[in-house]
Design a protein. Sequence first.
Length: 290
Amino acid sequence: MKSLNKEKGMDFLKRVTMITVAALIMAVNLKTLVRTGDLIPGGFTGLTRLIQQISLMLWEVEPPFTVINLLLNAVPIVIGYKFIGRNFTLYSCLMVVLSGVFTDLIPSYVIVKDTLLVAVFGGLFNALAVAICLFARATSGGTDFIAIFLSEKFDMDAWNYVFGFNVLVLVVAGALFGWEEALYSIIFQFTSTQMLHLLHRRYQKQTLLIITNQPEEIYEAIRDVTNHDATLIKGVGCYQKKECNILYSVVGRDEVRTVLKCVRRTDPKAFVNMIKTESLAGNFYMKPND
């Protein structure tokens, strides 16, 4: 019991630390690069910035980032709590609150004035913050909740659809404040989305074709590590005309490295072909969010 409580405590500390770091990176990015380029970042963070700029333009008053961001996130938080997971949503709320408070507290500072550099590197740092948050089994709120809900519900990689929504927000920003900043913001969001694809692979699939002399042992290793099934196919090697065993399995791209280690440890002579899976129909096990 003590060891279990200690493990839970370490997990809690690890997740809170990662979320705090992610919130700090996001806030610094917003108050330096994003603010310098007058960019509108994606998601509800971008909507919050848009509302702040509209308020500043109409009434010369900039409302607090935290208040607007929390109000906008009210519905996505309910969706997350109901359909994704209780702890997942609570940690995400912590991220939303911390990133908002840090953004309100950190003063604006100009690092570089070149807008293209701001757009590219701002997108990279934004993706880094979101990825750290996702590794902590939480989100930065807003459209991230929606992307994960779609990914879990319909077994799809929804980040590009979120990018499409963000482009619509930026079109509104362009119509109100000028197209130059809006177009640079699209570069910011595109960079962020593509970088996030590289860093976070939970909802991406990989097909493995494994030729081995130890199919049962390798199947057991895949099952124990990933909880995924496999299909054994009997084949004949064209060169030596000998029978061979082919294991066919689909795993998450974030699981590939672990599976390959198990395969190499079980059968060092195994031949593995990895194929990117664009889409998948049927049952595919996904470890649920807590």
